[in-house]
Design a binder for this molecule. Structure first.
Ligand SMILES: CC(C)(COP(=O)(O)OP(=O)(O)OC[C@H]1O[C@@H](n2cnc3c(N)ncnc32)[C@H](O)[C@@H]1OP(=O)(O)O)[C@@H](O)C(=O)NCCC(=O)NCCS
Length: 300
């Protein structure tokens, strides 16, 4: 454990502190944070709800089971299943990529290497619907200035089961009372929408000032290389930046944007979309302070 505020003393951190707990004043004495990761796998069973009323597809959804596994608990079979879901349902490469029109694929081995790296506090969450794997996510927790960051590193829902609240459900299942900040980078506006909601905010209420003040330092501390190395883009980070994305990262991930852009135009009809438009090779960046942090665990 480190003393709070000891390593990064600048303005952005006091902003982080204030956003997480407005009661903290800059002159508060140093406090200690203890973080306990939940090492037990958790299983929630959710029987049919209004969410199961089909909106786009007519798939029947009787029983949804959400499970979360720590890195150590994730088996190769689980990863092969997650890789299959990803490879069949994530999306296709865009025209500026190396393989236009081909599905974006991942292997179980790569999932382990890149999303569950050694010594990291990383997780796999999944939802099955009537016994079928319908959604999968990966996440990683790390510490930054004594705050616990929980970052969603991957999220995919089977096409037949989309728009039934499964992405939002998986993200909620990843939440912990110990988390201070949540983050996600995604080319899909719905992933950002679901993350904002699941972590306690409407997308319209997200504080872009918070993102601007904290993105750089939080992301550079990540054990996940593609998060650590992502280049911040958009006028939020550089007023001279002319790109149409407001809060984004250049990850050189040239996935086809047809489906995300279609979703974006629907999203824009229903809300004030704050993150801007999406250039090729870029992803949206969303970082929000937790609304669910138990204040007692801030001080030991
Ligand atoms: C992004 C993705 C995970 C969303 O999964 P999902 O299960 O359909 O999402 P949810 O049903 O939980 O929807 C979350 C919110 O977005 C809305 N939404 C879902 N799909 C939408 C669409 N196509 N257009 C507009 N809004 C949409 C939902 O209505 C819901 O809003 P609400 O909370 O107001 O009801 C899924 O589309 C997917 O796997 N896409 C391909 C992979 C990808 O891009 N992943 C993200 C990278 S990290």
């Amino acid at each position: 454990m480190e003393e709070q505020g000891s390593s990064v003393p600048n303005e952005a951190l006091s902003f982080l502190d204030r956003a997480i707990n407005p009661a903290i004043l800059p002159s508060s004495p140093p406090r200690r944070l203890s973080v306990k990761f939940n090492l037990e796998p958790s299983v929630d069973t959710i029987e049919s709800s209004w969410r199961n009323i089909p909106r786009q597809s007519s798939v029947k959804m009787h029983k949804q089971v959400y499970e979360t596994f720590t890195r150590e608990e994730v088996t190769d079979t689980m990863l092969d299943e997650a890789a299959k879901l990803f490879s069949e349902h994530y999306g296709t490469w865009g025209e500026h990529s190396h393989s236009p029109g081909k599905p974006v694929k991942l292997s179980g081995r790569r999932l382990r290497e890149e999303y569950l790296p050694d010594s990291s506090a990383s997780y796999h969450a999944r939802v099955t619907v009537d016994g079928n794997l319908a959604g999968s996510a990966f996440a990683c927790r790390w510490k930054h200035d004594n705050k616990t960051i929980c970052w969603v590193t991957q999220l995919v829902v089977h096409r037949d089961y989309r728009e039934h609240g499964l992405a939002a459900g998986i993200l909620r299942s990843l939440r912990s009372d110990e988390d201070d900040v949540y983050g996600i980078m995604s080319s899909h506006p719905v992933a950002c929408l679901a993350a904002a909601r699941s972590f306690g905010r409407n997308i319209e209420d997200v504080s872009l000032d918070f993102v601007r003040a904290n993105a750089e330092m939080i992301m550079r501390a990540s054990p996940i290389s593609y998060v650590r190395e992502a280049r911040l883009r958009g006028p939020l980070f550089d007023p001279g930046d002319q790109t149409e994305i407001v809060s984004g990262v250049d990850t050189q991930f040239f996935i086809d944007h047809e489906e995300p852009l279609e979703a974006l135009s629907t999203v824009k009809e229903t809300c004030e979309w704050p993150l801007g438009d999406l250039p090729d090779g870029y992803e949206y960046l969303l970082i929000v302070p937790s609304k669910y942090r138990r204040s007692k665990s801030l001080i030991t």
